[in-house]
Design a protein around this ligand. Sequence first.
Ligand SMILES: [Zn+2]
Length: 578
Amino acid sequence: MRASPPITNIYCKHRLIHMSDTTEKIKELLPIEEVIGGYIKLQKAGGNFKGLCPFHNEKTPSLHISPDRGSYYCFGCGENGDIFSFVEQFEGVDFVGALKILADKAHVPIEWQEQGSGNKNDRLRKVMHDATRFYEKVLVKVPKALEYIEKRGIANDTVTSFRIGYAPNSWRMLFDWLTKNGYTKEEVEQAGLIKAGPSGFYDRLRGRVIFPIFDVSGRPIAFSGRILPEHEQVEKAPAKYINSPETDLYNKSEVLYGFDRAKQEMREKDQCIVVEGQMDLVMSHQAGFKNTVALSGTALTLGQLTRIQRLTNTIVLAFDADGAGLRAASRSAEIALGLDMEVKVVALPDGSDPADVIIESESKWKDMIESAENIVLFYLHKTYDVTGVREKLRYAQSNVLPFIARIGNKVEQEHFVQVTSDTLGSTPDAVREEVQKIQFKLASGNNSEQTPVKESTVTPVRSRITTLEEQIAGIILSRKDDVELRQKCESIVDKERLKNLLESPKTEKYVYEVEQLYSPEVIADEAKNLLHNLEQEYLRKELEHITRSLREAEGRGEQARVDQLLAEHKTISQKIQH
Ligand SMILES: [Zn+2]
Protein backbone atom coordinates (compact mmCIF):
# COMPACT_ATOMS: atom_id res chain seq x y z
CA MET A 1 0.00 0.00 0.00
CA ARG A 2 1.09 3.49 -0.78
CA ALA A 3 1.43 5.94 2.09
CA SER A 4 -1.49 8.31 2.16
CA PRO A 5 -0.60 11.69 0.72
CA PRO A 6 -0.82 14.97 2.59
CA ILE A 7 -4.00 16.91 2.13
CA THR A 8 -3.81 19.42 -0.68
CA ASN A 9 -6.29 22.19 -1.11
CA ILE A 10 -6.90 23.70 -4.48
CA TYR A 11 -8.57 27.05 -4.66
CA CYS A 12 -10.08 27.34 -8.04
CA LYS A 13 -10.68 30.97 -8.86
CA HIS A 14 -12.00 32.05 -12.23
CA ARG A 15 -11.62 29.04 -14.50
CA LEU A 16 -7.90 29.42 -14.84
CA ILE A 17 -6.18 27.07 -12.51
CA HIS A 18 -2.61 27.14 -11.36
CA MET A 19 -2.05 23.93 -9.56
CA SER A 20 1.03 22.41 -11.06
CA ASP A 21 2.07 21.17 -7.59
CA THR A 22 -1.08 19.14 -7.27
CA THR A 23 -0.99 17.70 -10.76
CA GLU A 24 2.64 16.74 -10.19
CA LYS A 25 1.69 15.11 -6.90
CA ILE A 26 -1.09 13.14 -8.56
CA LYS A 27 1.29 12.06 -11.31
CA GLU A 28 3.75 10.83 -8.70
CA LEU A 29 1.08 8.83 -6.91
CA LEU A 30 -0.50 7.32 -10.00
CA PRO A 31 1.84 5.48 -12.35
CA ILE A 32 0.69 6.11 -15.91
CA GLU A 33 0.60 2.41 -16.73
CA GLU A 34 -1.89 1.90 -13.88
CA VAL A 35 -4.13 4.75 -14.95
CA ILE A 36 -4.18 3.79 -18.63
CA GLY A 37 -4.20 0.09 -17.70
CA GLY A 38 -7.44 0.83 -15.87
CA TYR A 39 -9.06 1.65 -19.18
CA ILE A 40 -7.40 -0.56 -21.76
CA LYS A 41 -5.42 -3.78 -21.77
CA LEU A 42 -1.68 -3.19 -21.73
CA GLN A 43 1.23 -5.46 -22.46
CA LYS A 44 4.85 -4.97 -21.57
CA ALA A 45 7.20 -3.89 -24.34
CA GLY A 46 10.73 -3.52 -23.01
CA GLY A 47 10.73 -0.83 -20.37
CA ASN A 48 7.50 0.54 -21.84
CA PHE A 49 3.95 -0.71 -22.29
CA LYS A 50 1.74 -0.85 -25.32
CA GLY A 51 -1.92 -1.41 -26.05
CA LEU A 52 -4.70 -0.89 -28.57
CA CYS A 53 -5.23 2.83 -28.94
CA PRO A 54 -8.68 3.86 -27.70
CA PHE A 55 -8.65 6.99 -29.83
CA HIS A 56 -8.64 5.37 -33.21
CA ASN A 57 -9.86 2.06 -34.57
CA GLU A 58 -7.05 -0.46 -34.78
CA LYS A 59 -6.20 -4.14 -34.48
CA THR A 60 -2.51 -4.02 -33.59
CA PRO A 61 -1.32 -1.94 -30.65
CA SER A 62 0.20 1.43 -31.57
CA LEU A 63 -0.29 3.18 -28.26
CA HIS A 64 3.00 3.29 -26.38
CA ILE A 65 3.28 4.24 -22.73
CA SER A 66 6.48 5.28 -21.01
CA PRO A 67 6.43 4.92 -17.21
CA ASP A 68 9.71 6.87 -17.02
CA ARG A 69 8.37 9.92 -18.77
CA GLY A 70 4.78 9.51 -17.58
CA SER A 71 3.55 9.96 -21.11
CA TYR A 72 1.89 8.09 -23.97
CA TYR A 73 2.14 8.33 -27.72
CA CYS A 74 0.10 6.67 -30.46
CA PHE A 75 1.91 5.87 -33.68
CA GLY A 76 -1.42 5.37 -35.42
CA CYS A 77 -3.19 8.65 -34.76
CA GLY A 78 -0.59 10.79 -33.05
CA GLU A 79 -2.51 11.24 -29.77
CA ASN A 80 -0.11 11.94 -26.96
CA GLY A 81 0.07 13.39 -23.50
CA ASP A 82 -0.02 12.49 -19.81
CA ILE A 83 -2.55 10.89 -17.46
CA PHE A 84 -4.68 14.03 -17.39
CA SER A 85 -5.03 14.34 -21.13
CA PHE A 86 -5.70 10.60 -21.39
CA VAL A 87 -8.56 10.76 -18.89
CA GLU A 88 -9.92 13.92 -20.53
CA GLN A 89 -9.99 12.20 -23.91
CA PHE A 90 -11.20 8.83 -22.72
CA GLU A 91 -13.90 9.99 -20.32
CA GLY A 92 -14.91 12.93 -22.47
CA VAL A 93 -14.40 15.40 -19.63
CA ASP A 94 -12.52 18.70 -19.42
CA PHE A 95 -9.33 19.23 -17.45
CA VAL A 96 -11.20 19.93 -14.22
CA GLY A 97 -13.21 16.76 -14.71
CA ALA A 98 -10.06 14.71 -15.27
CA LEU A 99 -8.48 16.33 -12.24
CA LYS A 100 -11.46 15.33 -10.10
CA ILE A 101 -11.33 11.74 -11.31
CA LEU A 102 -7.58 11.35 -10.82
CA ALA A 103 -7.47 13.25 -7.52
CA ASP A 104 -10.10 10.87 -6.27
CA LYS A 105 -8.10 7.87 -7.45
CA ALA A 106 -4.95 9.20 -5.78
CA HIS A 107 -6.87 10.13 -2.62
CA VAL A 108 -5.73 13.71 -2.94
CA PRO A 109 -8.57 15.83 -1.64
CA ILE A 110 -9.50 18.90 -3.64
CA GLU A 111 -11.36 21.74 -2.04
CA TRP A 112 -13.16 23.93 -4.49
CA GLN A 113 -13.71 27.53 -3.67
CA GLU A 114 -17.32 28.50 -4.13
CA GLN A 115 -17.53 31.40 -6.50
CA GLY A 116 -20.99 32.93 -6.78
CA SER A 117 -23.38 30.21 -7.81
CA GLY A 118 -20.54 28.22 -9.39
CA ASN A 119 -20.38 26.62 -12.79
CA LYS A 120 -23.75 25.77 -14.32
CA ASN A 121 -23.07 22.07 -14.83
CA ASP A 122 -21.74 21.80 -11.29
CA ARG A 123 -25.05 23.23 -10.09
CA LEU A 124 -26.98 20.74 -12.21
CA ARG A 125 -24.89 17.91 -10.75
CA LYS A 126 -25.70 19.17 -7.29
CA VAL A 127 -29.44 19.22 -8.01
CA MET A 128 -29.24 15.68 -9.36
CA HIS A 129 -27.23 14.58 -6.34
CA ASP A 130 -29.76 16.06 -3.93
CA ALA A 131 -32.73 14.72 -5.89
CA THR A 132 -31.17 11.24 -5.73
CA ARG A 133 -30.89 11.55 -1.95
CA PHE A 134 -34.49 12.74 -1.76
CA TYR A 135 -35.76 9.69 -3.69
CA GLU A 136 -33.61 7.35 -1.59
CA LYS A 137 -35.03 8.79 1.63
CA VAL A 138 -38.61 8.54 0.41
CA LEU A 139 -38.21 4.90 -0.61
CA VAL A 140 -37.69 3.59 2.92
CA LYS A 141 -40.99 5.19 3.97
CA VAL A 142 -43.10 3.64 1.24
CA PRO A 143 -43.87 -0.02 2.01
CA LYS A 144 -45.60 -0.74 -1.31
CA ALA A 145 -42.49 0.40 -3.23
CA LEU A 146 -40.22 -1.69 -1.03
CA GLU A 147 -42.55 -4.64 -1.47
CA TYR A 148 -42.42 -4.28 -5.24
CA ILE A 149 -38.62 -4.10 -5.25
CA GLU A 150 -38.43 -7.18 -3.07
CA LYS A 151 -40.89 -9.03 -5.28
CA ARG A 152 -38.69 -8.31 -8.28
CA GLY A 153 -35.82 -9.98 -6.46
CA ILE A 154 -33.65 -6.93 -5.84
CA ALA A 155 -31.62 -7.37 -2.64
CA ASN A 156 -31.12 -4.57 -0.09
CA ASP A 157 -27.43 -4.25 -0.91
CA THR A 158 -28.29 -3.77 -4.55
CA VAL A 159 -30.84 -1.08 -3.68
CA THR A 160 -28.18 0.79 -1.71
CA SER A 161 -25.43 0.33 -4.24
CA PHE A 162 -27.52 1.40 -7.24
CA ARG A 163 -29.11 4.16 -5.13
CA ILE A 164 -32.60 3.05 -6.07
CA GLY A 165 -35.32 5.37 -4.72
CA TYR A 166 -38.96 6.24 -4.97
CA ALA A 167 -40.70 9.34 -6.33
CA PRO A 168 -43.77 10.06 -4.19
CA ASN A 169 -47.09 10.08 -5.97
CA SER A 170 -47.57 13.78 -5.48
CA TRP A 171 -47.44 16.72 -7.88
CA ARG A 172 -44.77 18.96 -6.38
CA MET A 173 -43.06 17.26 -3.46
CA LEU A 174 -39.59 17.09 -5.05
CA PHE A 175 -39.94 20.56 -6.57
CA ASP A 176 -40.93 22.11 -3.21
CA TRP A 177 -38.17 20.29 -1.37
CA LEU A 178 -35.48 21.38 -3.84
CA THR A 179 -36.57 25.01 -3.93
CA LYS A 180 -36.67 25.02 -0.14
CA ASN A 181 -33.07 23.82 -0.31
CA GLY A 182 -31.88 26.78 -2.33
CA TYR A 183 -32.35 25.75 -5.96
CA THR A 184 -34.10 28.02 -8.41
CA LYS A 185 -37.04 26.91 -10.52
CA GLU A 186 -34.79 27.27 -13.59
CA GLU A 187 -32.15 24.97 -12.17
CA VAL A 188 -34.67 22.28 -11.30
CA GLU A 189 -36.21 22.61 -14.74
CA GLN A 190 -32.82 22.49 -16.50
CA ALA A 191 -32.05 19.28 -14.62
CA GLY A 192 -35.17 17.81 -16.24
CA LEU A 193 -36.92 17.18 -12.95
CA ILE A 194 -40.05 19.28 -13.46
CA LYS A 195 -42.38 20.01 -16.31
CA ALA A 196 -44.59 23.00 -17.07
CA GLY A 197 -48.34 22.30 -16.99
CA PRO A 198 -51.50 24.41 -17.29
CA SER A 199 -51.46 25.13 -13.55
CA GLY A 200 -47.72 25.60 -13.01
CA PHE A 201 -44.75 23.29 -12.67
CA TYR A 202 -45.05 19.71 -11.48
CA ASP A 203 -42.66 16.82 -10.77
CA ARG A 204 -41.92 14.83 -13.90
CA LEU A 205 -41.63 11.51 -12.05
CA ARG A 206 -44.40 10.55 -9.65
CA GLY A 207 -45.40 7.28 -8.04
CA ARG A 208 -42.42 5.49 -9.56
CA VAL A 209 -39.43 3.43 -8.45
CA ILE A 210 -36.41 5.53 -9.38
CA PHE A 211 -33.22 4.24 -10.96
CA PRO A 212 -30.59 6.99 -11.12
CA ILE A 213 -28.52 6.92 -14.30
CA PHE A 214 -24.86 7.71 -13.67
CA ASP A 215 -22.13 9.22 -15.79
CA VAL A 216 -18.80 7.44 -16.30
CA SER A 217 -17.58 8.77 -12.97
CA GLY A 218 -20.61 7.45 -11.11
CA ARG A 219 -22.44 10.77 -10.66
CA PRO A 220 -26.23 10.80 -11.15
CA ILE A 221 -27.17 12.70 -14.31
CA ALA A 222 -30.67 11.39 -15.09
CA PHE A 223 -33.44 9.19 -13.72
CA SER A 224 -35.52 6.36 -15.03
CA GLY A 225 -38.82 5.74 -13.22
CA ARG A 226 -40.70 2.43 -13.20
CA ILE A 227 -44.40 2.66 -12.45
CA LEU A 228 -45.71 0.51 -9.59
CA PRO A 229 -47.93 -2.32 -10.82
CA GLU A 230 -50.99 -0.97 -8.99
CA HIS A 231 -50.87 2.19 -11.14
CA GLU A 232 -50.48 0.07 -14.24
CA GLN A 233 -53.93 -1.42 -13.82
CA VAL A 234 -55.82 1.82 -14.35
CA GLU A 235 -58.00 2.58 -17.34
CA LYS A 236 -55.51 4.74 -19.30
CA ALA A 237 -52.29 3.05 -18.23
CA PRO A 238 -49.27 5.36 -18.09
CA ALA A 239 -45.93 4.35 -19.63
CA LYS A 240 -44.12 1.58 -17.76
CA TYR A 241 -40.91 3.61 -17.73
CA ILE A 242 -40.38 7.35 -17.92
CA ASN A 243 -36.87 8.73 -18.37
CA SER A 244 -35.37 12.16 -17.78
CA PRO A 245 -35.23 14.31 -20.89
CA GLU A 246 -31.86 15.19 -22.37
CA THR A 247 -30.11 17.89 -20.38
CA ASP A 248 -26.69 19.51 -20.40
CA LEU A 249 -25.53 16.54 -18.33
CA TYR A 250 -27.48 13.76 -19.98
CA ASN A 251 -26.89 12.80 -23.59
CA LYS A 252 -29.03 9.75 -24.28
CA SER A 253 -27.07 8.54 -27.27
CA GLU A 254 -23.79 8.49 -25.31
CA VAL A 255 -24.74 7.19 -21.88
CA LEU A 256 -25.10 3.52 -21.02
CA TYR A 257 -26.77 2.60 -17.76
CA GLY A 258 -24.32 0.75 -15.53
CA PHE A 259 -21.24 1.59 -17.61
CA ASP A 260 -19.55 3.35 -14.68
CA ARG A 261 -19.48 0.16 -12.65
CA ALA A 262 -19.09 -2.30 -15.54
CA LYS A 263 -15.85 -0.87 -16.95
CA GLN A 264 -13.45 -2.96 -14.90
CA GLU A 265 -15.14 -6.31 -15.44
CA MET A 266 -15.84 -5.70 -19.11
CA ARG A 267 -12.10 -5.49 -19.61
CA GLU A 268 -11.29 -8.41 -17.33
CA LYS A 269 -13.91 -10.75 -18.81
CA ASP A 270 -13.25 -9.33 -22.28
CA GLN A 271 -16.96 -9.22 -22.90
CA CYS A 272 -19.83 -6.77 -22.50
CA ILE A 273 -23.38 -7.99 -21.86
CA VAL A 274 -26.01 -5.57 -23.12
CA VAL A 275 -29.56 -5.67 -21.73
CA GLU A 276 -32.54 -3.45 -22.42
CA GLY A 277 -33.85 -2.30 -19.07
CA GLN A 278 -32.72 -0.99 -15.71
CA MET A 279 -34.31 -3.93 -13.92
CA ASP A 280 -32.41 -6.39 -16.16
CA LEU A 281 -29.16 -4.61 -15.48
CA VAL A 282 -29.53 -4.44 -11.73
CA MET A 283 -30.42 -8.13 -11.59
CA SER A 284 -27.56 -9.15 -13.87
CA HIS A 285 -25.05 -7.28 -11.69
CA GLN A 286 -26.61 -8.84 -8.61
CA ALA A 287 -26.19 -12.27 -10.18
CA GLY A 288 -22.46 -11.57 -10.53
CA PHE A 289 -22.37 -10.33 -14.11
CA LYS A 290 -20.89 -6.93 -13.43
CA ASN A 291 -19.87 -6.61 -17.07
CA THR A 292 -23.48 -5.73 -17.97
CA VAL A 293 -24.68 -2.40 -19.33
CA ALA A 294 -28.20 -1.31 -20.30
CA LEU A 295 -29.53 0.83 -23.11
CA SER A 296 -31.29 4.09 -22.48
CA GLY A 297 -32.82 4.21 -25.92
CA THR A 298 -33.73 1.70 -28.57
CA ALA A 299 -30.49 0.42 -30.07
CA LEU A 300 -26.80 0.84 -29.33
CA THR A 301 -25.34 3.92 -30.96
CA LEU A 302 -21.95 4.27 -32.59
CA GLY A 303 -20.86 6.45 -29.66
CA GLN A 304 -21.84 3.82 -27.10
CA LEU A 305 -20.22 1.00 -29.05
CA THR A 306 -17.00 2.94 -29.41
CA ARG A 307 -16.91 3.34 -25.64
CA ILE A 308 -17.45 -0.38 -25.17
CA GLN A 309 -14.84 -1.26 -27.76
CA ARG A 310 -12.17 0.57 -25.79
CA LEU A 311 -12.57 -2.17 -23.19
CA THR A 312 -13.59 -5.25 -25.12
CA ASN A 313 -14.32 -6.34 -28.65
CA THR A 314 -17.15 -8.73 -27.79
CA ILE A 315 -20.75 -7.79 -27.06
CA VAL A 316 -23.42 -10.21 -25.90
CA LEU A 317 -26.90 -8.93 -26.68
CA ALA A 318 -29.63 -10.08 -24.30
CA PHE A 319 -32.66 -8.28 -25.68
CA ASP A 320 -36.29 -9.23 -25.26
CA ALA A 321 -37.50 -11.70 -27.85
CA ASP A 322 -40.32 -9.38 -28.92
CA GLY A 323 -40.37 -7.39 -32.17
CA ALA A 324 -38.89 -4.21 -30.70
CA GLY A 325 -36.17 -6.14 -28.89
CA LEU A 326 -35.13 -8.00 -32.03
CA ARG A 327 -35.07 -4.84 -34.10
CA ALA A 328 -32.89 -3.10 -31.51
CA ALA A 329 -30.59 -6.12 -31.46
CA SER A 330 -30.24 -6.15 -35.24
CA ARG A 331 -29.52 -2.45 -35.47
CA SER A 332 -26.94 -2.67 -32.67
CA ALA A 333 -25.32 -5.70 -34.24
CA GLU A 334 -24.99 -4.07 -37.65
CA ILE A 335 -23.08 -1.12 -36.22
CA ALA A 336 -20.93 -3.38 -34.03
CA LEU A 337 -20.01 -5.65 -36.94
CA GLY A 338 -19.01 -2.57 -38.90
CA LEU A 339 -16.55 -1.85 -36.09
CA ASP A 340 -15.17 -5.38 -36.44
CA MET A 341 -16.60 -6.39 -33.08
CA GLU A 342 -17.79 -9.88 -32.30
CA VAL A 343 -21.54 -9.99 -31.67
CA LYS A 344 -23.25 -12.75 -29.75
CA VAL A 345 -26.91 -13.19 -28.95
CA VAL A 346 -28.55 -14.73 -25.88
CA ALA A 347 -31.61 -16.78 -26.72
CA LEU A 348 -34.20 -15.52 -24.24
CA PRO A 349 -37.40 -17.52 -23.88
CA ASP A 350 -40.34 -15.87 -25.66
CA GLY A 351 -42.01 -13.22 -23.57
CA SER A 352 -39.41 -13.08 -20.82
CA ASP A 353 -36.60 -10.66 -20.14
CA PRO A 354 -33.26 -11.17 -18.33
CA ALA A 355 -34.75 -10.02 -14.99
CA ASP A 356 -37.40 -12.77 -15.22
CA VAL A 357 -34.78 -15.40 -16.02
CA ILE A 358 -32.49 -14.32 -13.19
CA ILE A 359 -35.16 -14.25 -10.48
CA GLU A 360 -36.11 -17.76 -11.53
CA SER A 361 -32.53 -19.03 -11.51
CA GLU A 362 -29.18 -17.28 -11.56
CA SER A 363 -27.49 -20.38 -12.89
CA LYS A 364 -29.89 -20.43 -15.82
CA TRP A 365 -28.77 -16.90 -16.65
CA LYS A 366 -25.15 -18.00 -16.39
CA ASP A 367 -25.80 -20.88 -18.81
CA MET A 368 -27.55 -18.60 -21.24
CA ILE A 369 -24.68 -16.12 -21.27
CA GLU A 370 -22.14 -18.90 -21.71
CA SER A 371 -24.06 -20.45 -24.58
CA ALA A 372 -24.67 -17.15 -26.36
CA GLU A 373 -24.26 -17.71 -30.07
CA ASN A 374 -22.62 -15.64 -32.78
CA ILE A 375 -25.38 -13.50 -34.28
CA VAL A 376 -25.04 -14.97 -37.77
CA LEU A 377 -25.43 -18.50 -36.44
CA PHE A 378 -28.22 -17.43 -34.10
CA TYR A 379 -30.38 -16.24 -36.98
CA LEU A 380 -29.20 -18.96 -39.32
CA HIS A 381 -30.40 -21.59 -36.86
CA LYS A 382 -33.78 -19.91 -36.81
CA THR A 383 -34.21 -20.94 -40.44
CA TYR A 384 -34.72 -24.49 -39.13
CA ASP A 385 -38.12 -23.29 -37.92
CA VAL A 386 -39.03 -21.92 -41.34
CA THR A 387 -40.77 -24.38 -43.64
CA GLY A 388 -40.19 -24.42 -47.39
CA VAL A 389 -36.89 -23.96 -49.22
CA ARG A 390 -37.83 -20.67 -50.81
CA GLU A 391 -39.12 -19.32 -47.48
CA LYS A 392 -35.88 -20.35 -45.78
CA LEU A 393 -33.88 -18.48 -48.41
CA ARG A 394 -36.03 -15.41 -48.10
CA TYR A 395 -35.70 -15.49 -44.33
CA ALA A 396 -31.92 -15.77 -44.57
CA GLN A 397 -31.78 -12.99 -47.11
CA SER A 398 -33.32 -10.48 -44.76
CA ASN A 399 -32.13 -11.83 -41.40
CA VAL A 400 -28.75 -13.48 -41.92
CA LEU A 401 -27.01 -12.05 -44.95
CA PRO A 402 -27.14 -8.39 -43.84
CA PHE A 403 -24.95 -9.34 -40.88
CA ILE A 404 -22.48 -11.30 -43.02
CA ALA A 405 -22.30 -8.33 -45.38
CA ARG A 406 -21.12 -6.10 -42.57
CA ILE A 407 -18.33 -8.32 -41.27
CA GLY A 408 -15.08 -6.51 -41.99
CA ASN A 409 -12.75 -9.50 -41.78
CA LYS A 410 -12.74 -11.31 -45.14
CA VAL A 411 -11.72 -14.70 -43.73
CA GLU A 412 -14.47 -14.57 -41.16
CA GLN A 413 -16.95 -13.42 -43.75
CA GLU A 414 -16.05 -16.29 -46.06
CA HIS A 415 -16.45 -18.72 -43.17
CA PHE A 416 -20.04 -17.58 -42.63
CA VAL A 417 -20.76 -17.67 -46.36
CA GLN A 418 -19.75 -21.36 -46.31
CA VAL A 419 -21.78 -22.18 -43.20
CA THR A 420 -24.81 -20.39 -44.58
CA SER A 421 -24.69 -22.15 -47.93
CA ASP A 422 -24.32 -25.50 -46.15
CA THR A 423 -27.27 -24.82 -43.86
CA LEU A 424 -29.51 -23.58 -46.65
CA GLY A 425 -28.43 -26.24 -49.12
CA SER A 426 -27.29 -23.50 -51.49
CA THR A 427 -23.88 -22.84 -53.09
CA PRO A 428 -21.24 -20.52 -51.62
CA ASP A 429 -21.21 -18.59 -54.90
CA ALA A 430 -24.90 -17.85 -54.70
CA VAL A 431 -24.65 -16.73 -51.06
CA ARG A 432 -21.59 -14.63 -51.81
CA GLU A 433 -23.37 -12.95 -54.67
CA GLU A 434 -26.31 -12.01 -52.46
CA VAL A 435 -23.95 -10.72 -49.78
CA GLN A 436 -22.18 -8.58 -52.36
CA LYS A 437 -25.48 -7.11 -53.48
CA ILE A 438 -26.15 -5.99 -49.93
CA GLN A 439 -22.65 -4.60 -49.61
CA PHE A 440 -23.12 -2.66 -52.80
CA LYS A 441 -26.30 -1.14 -51.46
CA LEU A 442 -24.55 -0.22 -48.22
CA ALA A 443 -21.63 1.31 -50.05
CA SER A 444 -23.85 3.39 -52.29
CA GLY A 445 -24.82 5.34 -49.22
CA ASN A 446 -28.12 3.86 -48.13
CA ASN A 447 -26.79 3.60 -44.67
CA SER A 448 -24.26 6.38 -44.45
CA GLU A 449 -25.59 7.69 -41.13
CA GLN A 450 -24.24 4.88 -39.03
CA THR A 451 -21.39 3.46 -41.07
CA PRO A 452 -18.35 3.60 -38.84
CA VAL A 453 -15.21 5.28 -40.03
CA LYS A 454 -12.55 2.74 -40.87
CA GLU A 455 -8.97 2.97 -39.79
CA SER A 456 -7.10 5.31 -42.06
CA THR A 457 -4.21 3.70 -43.85
CA VAL A 458 -2.85 6.91 -45.26
CA THR A 459 0.37 8.00 -43.63
CA PRO A 460 2.37 10.88 -45.01
CA VAL A 461 5.61 9.84 -46.64
CA ARG A 462 8.69 11.14 -44.94
CA SER A 463 11.92 11.61 -46.78
CA ARG A 464 14.91 9.60 -45.62
CA ILE A 465 16.67 12.77 -44.49
CA THR A 466 13.69 13.84 -42.39
CA THR A 467 13.49 10.40 -40.83
CA LEU A 468 17.16 10.42 -39.90
CA GLU A 469 17.02 13.96 -38.56
CA GLU A 470 14.01 13.15 -36.43
CA GLN A 471 15.66 10.06 -35.03
CA ILE A 472 18.78 12.03 -34.16
CA ALA A 473 16.59 14.62 -32.44
CA GLY A 474 14.93 11.78 -30.54
CA ILE A 475 18.30 10.48 -29.37
CA ILE A 476 19.45 13.91 -28.22
CA LEU A 477 16.18 14.35 -26.33
CA SER A 478 16.41 10.97 -24.65
CA ARG A 479 20.06 11.56 -23.65
CA LYS A 480 19.85 15.12 -22.49
CA ASP A 481 23.09 14.93 -20.46
CA ASP A 482 25.25 13.61 -23.27
CA VAL A 483 27.09 16.82 -24.25
CA GLU A 484 29.53 15.05 -26.53
CA LEU A 485 26.73 13.48 -28.55
CA ARG A 486 24.97 16.79 -28.85
CA GLN A 487 28.10 18.47 -30.17
CA LYS A 488 28.68 15.70 -32.67
CA CYS A 489 25.14 16.09 -33.95
CA GLU A 490 25.48 19.84 -34.19
CA SER A 491 28.58 19.42 -36.31
CA ILE A 492 26.61 17.51 -38.92
CA VAL A 493 22.97 18.53 -38.75
CA ASP A 494 22.19 22.05 -39.82
CA LYS A 495 22.03 24.18 -36.63
CA GLU A 496 18.79 25.94 -37.45
CA ARG A 497 17.17 22.68 -38.52
CA LEU A 498 18.25 20.94 -35.33
CA LYS A 499 16.92 23.76 -33.18
CA ASN A 500 13.55 23.54 -34.94
CA LEU A 501 13.41 19.80 -34.39
CA LEU A 502 14.27 20.02 -30.71
CA GLU A 503 11.60 22.65 -30.13
CA SER A 504 8.99 21.01 -32.34
CA PRO A 505 5.63 20.03 -30.80
CA LYS A 506 6.39 16.51 -32.02
CA THR A 507 9.35 15.86 -29.74
CA GLU A 508 7.37 13.18 -27.86
CA LYS A 509 6.99 11.28 -31.09
CA TYR A 510 10.72 11.42 -31.83
CA VAL A 511 11.61 10.01 -28.41
CA TYR A 512 9.04 7.21 -28.69
CA GLU A 513 10.27 6.29 -32.15
CA VAL A 514 13.87 6.05 -31.00
CA GLU A 515 12.79 3.90 -28.04
CA GLN A 516 10.96 1.58 -30.38
CA LEU A 517 13.97 1.15 -32.59
CA TYR A 518 16.97 1.06 -30.29
CA SER A 519 17.61 -0.37 -26.85
CA PRO A 520 19.52 1.84 -24.38
CA GLU A 521 22.71 -0.25 -24.74
CA VAL A 522 23.06 0.28 -28.46
CA ILE A 523 21.85 3.83 -28.69
CA ALA A 524 25.29 5.48 -28.60
CA ASP A 525 26.54 3.29 -31.45
CA GLU A 526 23.31 3.84 -33.33
CA ALA A 527 23.73 7.58 -33.03
CA LYS A 528 27.09 7.25 -34.78
CA ASN A 529 25.52 5.20 -37.58
CA LEU A 530 22.61 7.56 -37.97
CA LEU A 531 24.90 10.58 -38.16
CA HIS A 532 27.05 8.83 -40.71
CA ASN A 533 24.00 7.92 -42.80
CA LEU A 534 22.66 11.41 -42.53
CA GLU A 535 25.97 12.87 -43.65
CA GLN A 536 25.86 10.59 -46.67
CA GLU A 537 22.30 11.63 -47.45
CA TYR A 538 23.27 15.29 -47.27
CA LEU A 539 26.11 14.60 -49.70
CA ARG A 540 23.80 12.78 -52.09
CA LYS A 541 21.40 15.66 -52.00
CA GLU A 542 24.20 18.07 -52.70
CA LEU A 543 25.41 15.92 -55.55
CA GLU A 544 21.93 15.95 -57.09
CA HIS A 545 21.95 19.68 -56.85
CA ILE A 546 25.36 19.95 -58.53
CA THR A 547 24.33 17.57 -61.30
CA ARG A 548 21.31 19.73 -62.03
CA SER A 549 23.41 22.92 -62.10
CA LEU A 550 25.96 21.19 -64.28
CA ARG A 551 23.35 20.34 -66.89
CA GLU A 552 22.09 23.89 -66.86
CA ALA A 553 25.62 25.34 -67.22
CA GLU A 554 26.36 22.98 -70.13
CA GLY A 555 23.13 24.04 -71.81
CA ARG A 556 24.12 27.67 -71.52
CA GLY A 557 27.70 26.87 -72.72
CA GLU A 558 29.35 28.36 -69.59
CA GLN A 559 32.60 26.38 -69.74
CA ALA A 560 34.28 27.88 -66.65
CA ARG A 561 31.23 27.16 -64.52
CA VAL A 562 31.07 23.64 -65.94
CA ASP A 563 34.68 22.97 -64.95
CA GLN A 564 34.12 24.27 -61.45
CA LEU A 565 31.01 22.13 -61.00
CA LEU A 566 32.77 19.06 -62.34
CA ALA A 567 35.50 19.47 -59.74
CA GLU A 568 32.94 19.82 -56.98
CA HIS A 569 31.08 16.81 -58.30
CA LYS A 570 34.25 14.74 -58.13
CA THR A 571 35.10 15.77 -54.57
CA ILE A 572 31.66 14.96 -53.29
CA SER A 573 31.41 11.68 -55.20
CA GLN A 574 34.58 10.53 -53.50
CA LYS A 575 33.08 11.24 -50.10
CA ILE A 576 30.01 9.17 -50.87
CA GLN A 577 30.43 5.50 -50.12
CA HIS A 578 28.79 3.05 -52.42
ZN1 LIG B 1 -4.30 6.12 -31.85
